[in-house]
Design a protein around this ligand. Structure first.
Ligand SMILES: C[S@@+](CC[C@H](N)C(=O)[O-])C[C@H]1O[C@@H](n2cnc3c(N)ncnc32)[C@H](O)[C@@H]1O
Length: 400
């Protein structure tokens, strides 16, 4: 059980395992006392298929927050316009749109912005379907052609060392072919996300290291995930086809729930982007030295030729967790929130969801002169793969 936290401010909540977990999200109103809710969902309370409903599973992304948590705070504070300065894969923007709330998000990783834009865009589904059928038809035709295998050597010679190292020749050739075919489509960004998702699955990595691949695998290996001998991936075609239709279905499902509320995605640095006026901020900032956000989608950057600004990532894993890195993180985060505060109306709130194991966020609030209205520690039951350790997340509400 987690320790009771020091109550030096406002309402502090800790995991309340006694009460039943709260799952009636639509019942939240501005009067709902959030500190009384048990948000320590176990897998059976909030199963993966609900956490990854519709577009939330368009593409893997390490470091997402739970959409239902965002929904609770959007319903509680009912903003006219919400901002997520570290919008990542777009969870806040997707949820805001479903509730008819205008939103603006920013991220320093171009791929994350592409993914968010694809999630929240409007589509002519007849046109999208026609394009899918045409693209997959061309793909199958080219892959079935006797010429296809003979061109393999030329293809490998023309790509970056990363692509040459992490893909079997046939898989690489199929990915590059798909990239060529989609370049002239109207919905190219949708196909780029599909390409990236297939590229992630088709890497020469083990099934249990998809998040953090160590070294290319070219021989059969014992798979800890499937508990049997697995083979290295040789082709990408099945992933391309499967993910294309899965993407179509997910976009369609979201289409039925979405509203016309405007959504703006800005590719930029949260420390200096100019946000429009907002009355609520909901965000989960990067942690100190945990994830390299460009690197986690390296295959997408390599295949799509997207710009890379790794040095502008706050708290990236490559900067480590030294005292100097922590001090830099504190300064960078303070400056990012200072920038957001320029757009936040007086009395507005910032909801920050973070694993604040070093208690840095009280210091940040102090530097910014913000009142800590509410702080609770939530038990996150780790869900997938070998990362099955206990994990706690802090939900902090600051008021201007
Ligand atoms: C914890 S993730 C956010 C995940 C998001 N809540 C979601 O559900 O997808 C933090 C994000 O901050 C972004 N980031 C890091 N440094 C940044 C900066 N200087 N400006 C804007 N975004 C930055 C990372 O690229 C990453 O996508």
């Amino acid at each position: 059980m987690p320790q009771k936290m020091n109550r030096s401010y406002g309402v502090t909540g800790n995991p309340q395992y006694e009460a039943p977990p709260f799952t009636d999200f639509a019942s939240v109103t501005p009067d709902t006392p959030l500190d009384k809710l048990n948000l320590n969902w176990r897998e059976k309370d909030l199963p993966e298929r609900q956490r990854t409903k519709h577009v939330h599973k368009l593409h893997p992304y390490l470091g997402k927050f739970v959409p239902q948590l965002v929904e609770i705070f959007l319903r509680k504070y009912r903003p006219r316009r919400v901002c997520d300065p570290f919008c990542g894969s777009g969870t806040t923007l997707v949820e805001a749109n479903c509730l008819g709330i205008e939103s603006v998000g920013c991220d320093i990783c171009e791929f994350n912005c592409l993914l968010t834009k694809v999630k929240v865009a409007r589509y002519d589904f007849h046109l999208l379907r026609r394009e899918i059928i045409k693209v997959l038809g061309q793909l199958h035709e080219a892959c079935d052609s006797p010429l296809f295998g003979s061109q393999r050597r030329d293809v490998s010679a023309q790509v970056s060392p990363y692509l040459r190292t992490w893909y079997a020749p046939e898989a690489l050739q199929q990915l590059l072919l798909f990239r060529d075919i989609i370049s002239s489509t109207h919905y190219a960004p949708v196909f780029q996300v599909i390409l990236s998702r297939a590229a992630r699955s088709a890497r020469l990595t083990t099934h249990y290291e998809l998040d953090f691949p160590k070294a290319p695998i070219t021989e059969p290996y014992y798979c800890y995930k499937h508990r049997r001998i697995c083979q290295p991936i040789k082709q990408a075609l099945t992933f391309l086809v499967r993910y294309t239709w899965d993407t179509y279905d997910r976009l369609m499902e979201y289409q039925r729930l979405r509203t016309d509320a405007p959504t703006t995605v800005i590719y930029g640095d949260a420390r200096n982007v100019r946000f429009p006026p907002v009355d609520l901020v909901i965000t989960s900032p990067p942690y100190v030295g945990l994830i390299d956000y460009h690197e986690q989608h390296r295959y997408a950057y390599e295949l799509l030729g997207l710009p890379v600004h790794e040095h502008l990532e706050i708290g990236s894993a490559s900067q480590g967790q030294s005292q100097a890195a922590i001090q830099k993180y504190l300064d960078d985060m303070t400056s990012a929130f200072q920038n957001v505060l320029r757009s936040l109306k007086s009395g507005g709130r910032l909801v920050v969801i973070i694993h604040d194991s070093r208690n840095l966020y009280d210091e940040i609030a102090k530097r910014l002169g913000l009142r800590v209205e509410y702080r609770l520690r939530r038990h996150v039951n780790r869900r997938t793969g070998r990362r099955s350790t206990d994990f706690f997340e802090d939900v902090i509400v600051w008021q201007v």
